[in-house]
Design a protein around this ligand. Sequence first.
Ligand SMILES: [Mg+2]
Length: 295
Amino acid sequence: MSDPVNVTELGSSEFKEFLDSFDHVFSDCDGVIWIEDALPGSGEFFKKMKGHGKTVHYVSNNSLRTKQNYVEIFKAAGIDDGYENLTIPSTAIAEYLKSVNFDKKVYCITCPETFKVLQSNGFKCVQGPDFGSDFYQEYAQYLDDDPEVGAVVCDCDFNVNLIKMHKAIMYLRRPDVLFITGATDRYALVKPGCLALGTGPFTDIIIEESKRVPISMGKPGKTFGEFAMSRAGVTNPSRVLFIGDTIATDVGLGKNTGFKTLLVLNNATKEDMMAHKTLKPDYFADSLESIVPLL
Ligand SMILES: [Mg+2]
């Protein structure tokens, strides 16, 4: 594994070589284009990339935002066509279920938006209970299997609880029940310098206890990377530069799917990057803004 290259320290011919090494830019959103608010230089960065003939696509693990919210924040970042070119777990999961002609109930341990997206795609969705019981005796009322449930979906439910996890594990005991995960982030950057615990560790418990391997429709899952490629009309992963701020999800997705990777240091530090034992990006930079003058 060779050491990551700081693109802002490349000479002009080396920078041109870097630019010539990809045709498509895929970018994460949270922590790259915005952190709470749009980060300066983001819109300019993608405009310049398009000026160099690159196609641009956005790939986020965040299904929590509504469409309107995405449209607004892309606009604030100076990006007019962001939502149309965005791949997120909720829509990827809906497309996957359609592709296998799924027609049973989906048990959702998801954020409200993912639940809505699956419902609006015609799937029968069930969820809850949102509040657990204080005693195992009361908790027993929730534990009858429902043979109509044919899929369990986990995607960023901030109200995940013991009973929901138990129900998921119970359904997954039937081998024909599909198991699909969206975002499995262990931490999320919620404001500059502040990482909050994500819902990934809860999904890990379900994976471990059910002994099932989920279909991963979120970063760093290869299926998700390939889904983004097909949405973007891209066939050769080695001609994609994937930009992200999180080593495990973004550099991980790049490695799993065969993309080149660029880490922006809005979240991980250079020391974190160098210390990671298995995942190193090909390139790094302080931010998108720091690359704009070279473009
Ligand atoms: Mg991010």
